[in-house]
Design a protein around this ligand. Structure first.
Ligand code: GDP
Ligand code: ZN
Length: 339
């Protein structure tokens, strides 16, 4: 698959090596970026095909294959992902509602993780505004190390992180609010809900209104139950596509966009067990911990990994409880897991 675009990552450039920038600079290589605006958006993936929603008022859903050559600027990541704005053309055979994807637009935001196989970053979903990290109070108990990982992934992909703890009917205790208070102090929206009893759901609904959110979390936390509650019906049923040309059904191995109303979208993602950080250099990791930012410029060494160096301002802040020790633990945990 020829892909000619080059990504110049300003985070990795010499001059700004350790400064974080919100936007990646694109260096035009030997193909000009599409001048035409995209005409579709990938809403789900079925087998080898993509369901593309036309961006015109028709909102028609067209099952597309990929063209032999696709213009893409994302050299080191999944070629086509749910949420991508694409250029597609309809098949000449009018009998079947099939199209071909010929190009994709630059991703403004993305959630990516280390691929389980292969080398390209695994883009789970793109172009949303918020990552809603969903965990449960118990069965399975929430995992703060994983929450911190997902916050880092959100920030790398220019997404706003928010946290939702479900099954609060099982463990509704002061301790849990206390235990997670570090996230509210960092100003990440934090919700305690129960898909079973309905507790906290109206606050969550108000928050998600007019946003486009990626719902992500480990299996079993009640993500599907929450989505069904928010939609007021069993959304699993509408997964099955009525399109005649579609052979398979949506599988749970990919994300899919669900429209709650015309301005609110939820991108449902498959549950996962692990989540590997990609897309940044190891030494940049601390830049994605908001609670470290008042300190890292005061480390004696620059760059400082905040692991073994003497006179490290981060370690000092941890010892003085200015940074929550558990956040530092997460930092070390992610740092050592990166290549
Ligand atoms: P998913 O894997 O995250 O999509 O989780 P599911 O929605 O399939 O739910 C997993 C299990 O948790 C099911 O047995 C649900 O009935 C249960 N569950 C979901 N939400 C709640 C909740 O708020 N409270 C309790 N007690 N159980 C829940
Ligand atoms: Zn340091």
């Amino acid at each position: 698959m020829p892909i000619n675009g080059e990504i110049f990552d300003s985070k990795k450039s010499k001059n700004s090596k350790y400064k974080r920038t919100n936007h990646r600079v694109l260096v035009k290589d030997d193909f000009p970026p599409e001048v035409k605006p995209p005409n579709g958006r990938i809403t789900s993936i079925i087998g080898k095909n993509y369901i593309v929603q036309d961006l015109s008022d028709s909102h028609a859903e067209i099952e597309c294959t990929r063209a032999g050559t696709i213009k893409s600027l994302h050299k080191n990541a999944t070629l086509l992902a749910v949420g991508d704005y694409v250029h597609y053309s309809l098949s000449e055979n009018k009998e079947i509602n099939l199209g071909k994807i010929t190009g994709i637009d630059e991703r403004k935001t993305w959630l990516s993780r280390k691929p389980l196989i292969g080398i390209r970053d695994d883009i789970i979903a793109s172009n949303a505004d918020t990552l809603l990290i969903i965990m449960s109070s118990d069965f399975p108990p929430y995992n703060k190390r994983l929450i911190d990982r997902l916050i880092v992934a959100a920030k790398i992909g220019n997404l706003n992180p928010a946290i939702c703890i479900n099954k609060i009917d099982l463990f509704n205790d002061e301790l849990i609010y206390e235990d997670l208070s570090v996230y509210s102090s960092l100003n990440y929206p934090l919700f305690f809900v129960s898909a079973q009893t309905g507790q906290g759901l109206s606050e969550l609904r108000n928050y998600i209104n007019k946003k486009e959110l990626i719902f992500a979390g480990p299996s079993g936390v009640g993500k599907s139950s929450l989505i069904n509650k928010l939609f007021g019906r069993n959304i699993q049923k509408i997964r099955e596509v009525s399109n005649k040309t579609t052979k398979g059904k949506h599988t749970t191995s990919y994300a899919r966009i669900l429209e709650l109303d015309t301005e609110t979208r939820i991108i449902d993602t498959p549950g996962f067990r692990e989540f590997g950080i990609v897309n940044i250099e190891k030494i940049e990791l601390s830049l994605y911990f908001d609670d470290f930012k008042d300190y890292y410029e005061h480390c004696r060494f620059m760059p400082c990994s905040h692991t073994h160096e003497p006179d490290c301002a981060i370690k000092k802040a941890v010892s003085e409880n200015k940074i929550a020790p558990e956040r530092y633990e997460s930092y070390i945990n992610i740092y050592t897991s990166m290549e």
